[in-house]
Design a protein. Structure first.
Length: 578
């Protein structure tokens, strides 16, 4: 997560536009380490959400309000007393740190104009919200840090506020080449880590991005670089950060397989292969990123039981499959027993009684000499029958195992498709439908007291660049619905070849479809399959009228012949989700 100095600078830029000169009309403390300030200014009413939560510190302009406790905490009451109805006169980011300082003008107890500072530190587990005088004397803070907690800085009423400098980092926006060079030469680490450890506000992803832009391996040592390359790295460093000085931000979220992986207020060269969503504002970026992350985490947690059930079934079937393969391997030599029986019939007439071996020419193998073990207590006819019985038994076993192996393989494929559907689930309704499928398939028993749940989840709907509708099943029930109930005969059906994935329907509109629409539908089929992320996914496609449901087939199972195929990547970044 790159909640770094660049993102903070972008937020300061936004706050200055939206909040500066505005009046604080409401102060709330929804959680013990969170504030919600309502500020009314030239752009209307805005809500500033500030969280000093150790695991998820945040600051952004929020769209939704949060419910506050009936009795306001002491820190909230203190802020209401001092800065309620106060006016924001300054918003600054000191030394490019992950800190925002709000200067608030208000009337003191004597009715005179006075100013105070509300300082927000977004620094992981050290995050805090600190209220001070203009001279830097701490009035109070949302978290008290005593000497027993930190020997570097105490955050307590009456103490002086300062930003601790424990790492010797310098401001990257004001650094000359000589200082840049000297600072990195101090570090005996790799270039990426040296940038991270030398300058305030630089995150590991930004350091990596600057190395990529410079054409330098982030793992290489700065000391080993030539002077020209060192100058080149400095130039790329200053060019990259010049966007901050010019206030030319471009907030964006980088995702992979639908999951947000990183966010930044400037482009990240090391994330260019990821899906990118440019946001209107840094606040919307932060709110969307953490909201989506939270929703995905919640769905992951809620799907844990279903994943466990499917995981156990997959493991069980894989063990059964391995055992069946081992058993059928034991029948590979069954023809040997048939040949033994036939050769005993052919040559056993001159065997002496009690013989233990028959040596004969094998007319199945260019008359090569073969030795056949015999039971001396049995006649030649009885020995032949013994071998024929052995052959017939293994033949029956092989026939039965062949069918069982195919059934087990189909079972594994089906369970893999459910796993893929669980990976695609984005709402609780999606999980309800997958649960219903598992109940219908007999994997989960329906509770006697529980009624059949109403299904609300619907297939995904994309619009191609040429305006053609593309529909995607999010699970096997939706796959069957799309293919056999929704699609018409001349619509086109797409699916990843030999891989679990969604049924994708490209609506034909009754006319000729442009090649680009076929390619985009193929990309969608690749994206919503286990081939997601591949640059060379093989996709089968065929008109829907040629796709059939096998008798007794599980949900999502189809058969088809004479299909077309394409090899394509799984990038659907340019498609519009309706």
């Amino acid at each position: 997560m790159a909640f770094d100095g660049i993102v903070m600078a972008n937020l300061v830029y936004e706050f200055k536009k939206e909040l500066l000169t505005g009046r604080i009309t409401k102060i709330a403390q929804p959680e013990e380490d969170e504030l919600m300030l309502t500020i009314k200014g030239h752009h209307g009413q805005r809500r500033l959400s500030i969280s000093a939560n150790a695991s998820l510190p945040l600051i952004y302009l929020a769209e939704k309000n949060k419910q506050s406790p009936m009795n306001a905490p002491n820190f909230c009451m203190l802020l209401r007393k001092h800065i309620g109805n106060g006016r924001l006169v300054s918003i600054e980011q000191p030394q490019f740190e992950r800190i925002i300082s709000f200067t608030i003008e208000h009337l003191n107890e004597m009715g005179d104009l006075s100013q105070k500072k509300l300082i927000v530190e977004i620094m992981g587990k050290h995050s805090n919200i600190i209220f001070t005088t203009m001279e830097g004397r701490i009035i109070d803070s949302i978290k008290h840090i005593s000497l027993s907690t930190s020997s570097v800085r105490q955050v307590l009423p009456g103490r002086d506020y300062f930003i601790p400098d424990t790492t010797g980092k310098i401001n990257p926006l004001e650094v000359s080449f000589d200082d840049f060079n000297a600072k990195l030469l101090e570090k005996s680490t790799e270039c990426g880590k040296a940038l991270l450890g030398s300058f305030t506000g630089i995150s590991s992803v930004v350091a990596e991005s600057i190395c990529v832009l410079s054409g330098i391996e982030s793992g290489s040592s700065y000391k080993d670089l030539s002077q020209d390359i060192q100058v080149h790295l400095y130039n790329q460093f200053t060019i990259y950060l010049s966007s901050v000085i010019k206030e030319e931000f471009s907030p964006r979220i980088y995702s992979q397989s639908g999951v947000p992986e990183e966010f930044s207020s400037l482009p990240l060269a090391n994330f260019e292969t990821f899906d990118k969503t440019v946001m209107e504002s840094p606040s919307l970026m932060v709110e969307t990123y953490y909201g989506t992350k939270s929703a995905i985490t919640r769905i992951r947690q809620k799907s844990a039981n279903l994943r466990q059930v499917v995981g156990i079934l997959v493991n069980r079937n894989h063990k059964k499959y391995d055992l069946q393969l081992k058993q059928i391997k034991d029948t590979e030599n069954m023809d040997k027993f048939r040949i033994y029986g036939e050769l005993i019939h052919a040559y056993g007439y001159n065997l002496e009684e009690g013989s233990k071996v028959l040596e004969a020419e094998n007319f199945y193998d260019n008359n090569a000499l073969i030795k056949i073990p015999l039971d001396p207590t049995l006649t030649p006819q009885e020995n032949a029958k013994k071998y024929f019985d052995k052959y017939n038994k293994q033949k029956r076993t092989a026939t039965a195992l062949t069918e069982l192996i195919q059934e087990t393989r189909d079972e594994i494929t089906y369970l893999d498709s459910i796993s893929n559907a669980l990976d695609m689930a984005i709402t609780e309704d999606d999980l309800v439908q997958i649960h219903e499928e598992l109940v219908n398939s007999g994997y989960i028993r329906r509770k006697q007291t529980k009624k059949k749940e109403k299904i609300k989840s619907k297939p995904l709907h994309y619009l191609s660049s040429d305006g053609y509708d593309i529909y995607v099943g999010k699970n096997n029930l939706q796959n069957d619905y799309l293919t056999f109930d929704f699609a018409t005969g001349n619509d086109w059906w797409f699916h990843a070849k030999n891989a679990p994935g969604s049924h994708v329907i490209l609506k034909s509109k009754g006319g000729e479809i442009p090649p680009r629409a076929f390619e985009e539908a193929g990309k969608v089929a690749a994206y919503y399959s286990t081939l997601r992320g591949s640059n060379r996914a093989e996709i089968d496609y065929i008109q829907k009228k040629h796709v059939k449901k096998p008798k007794g087939g599980k949900p999502g199972f189809v058969i088809y012949h004479t299909n077309h195929s394409m090899v394509i990547d799984s990038d659907i970044g340019g498609l519009e989700l309706v």
